[in-house]
Design a protein around this ligand. Structure first.
Ligand SMILES: [Ca+2]
Ligand SMILES: [Ca+2]
Ligand SMILES: [Ca+2]
Length: 221
């Protein structure tokens, strides 16, 4: 089954902005979004689900994402006002010229959300229609698969095999737009995030380099 952007976002596509477009800075993970910037975008009410921090890291095998909110949240399938819905958008080739048509989704509501210059190649949707315990990873070519996720009182995290991202190297750009359980849009990431290597993999890399250097024969011996 071909996955689409969450229906709520598609329905408000008529809100596409014609205003001045500003190229947003690219910020290495973790990206901290302002507190108190959530809005009642569609005048539907409900909790102002307010993005706090989004962190995406990678190692040689997997991509790791973590989204936290200033406000208490529940999984999308809970069906309560503070359930989240949204989409984490991934520009895996870091190329604005390649993207899912219409992406990034947050540009369909820009303003009030910032316009971001990014060519989304994959999306991870947090949607009431998803299987409990999973988000959905999809692209524009019909690829669509479950991604296991874990919810806490203020956030969600998950792991995606790089093989499911077209064998990407893990370096990618990202943004997020989402809202609450009554179908209202409330916040979007203000900047374009850039994934970074897992600290453990950096240590491994440096350790490996150290071993290589240690094993190199010294001159003059
Ligand atoms: Ca925020
Ligand atoms: Ca792209
Ligand atoms: Ca990449």
């Amino acid at each position: 089954m071909k996955k689409r952007f969450p229906s709520n976002i598609v329905m408000i596509a008529f809100c596409v902005a014609l205003g001045t477009q500003v190229t947003r800075a690219q910020v290495p993970s973790p990206v901290v979004d302002p507190q108190g910037d959530a809005l009642d975008v569609l005048s539907l009410g409900g909790p102002l689900i307010d993005i706090d921090t989004i962190d995406i890291t990678f190692d040689a095998t997997n991509l790791f994402f973590s989204i936290s909110f200033h406000t208490p949240i529940l999984p999308p399938q809970s069906g309560l006002p503070n359930s989240i819905f949204g989409i984490l958008e991934l520009d895996t080739d870091q190329n604005v010229a390649t993207s899912i048509p219409g992406a990034p989704a947050q540009n369909t509501v820009s303003p009030p959300f910032p316009f971001v210059t990014m060519g989304t190649d994959f999306g991870i949707s947090f949607d009431p229609g998803n299987t409990i315990g999973f988000a959905r990873l999809f692209d524009s070519a019909g690829f669509d698969t479950d991604v296991p996720v874990t919810y806490g009182p203020n956030g969600v995290n998950g792991t995606v095999p790089l093989s499911a991202l077209g064998g990407d190297d893990g370096l990618l750009h990202y943004t997020y737009v989402g809202g609450n359980g009554v179908g209202n849009l409330t916040d979007a990431l203000d900047q374009v995030g850039v994934s970074v290597p897992e600290p453990a993999s950096v240590v491994t890399l440096l350790t490996g380099c150290g071993l290589v250097l240690a094993r190199r024969p010294r001159r003059g011996r």
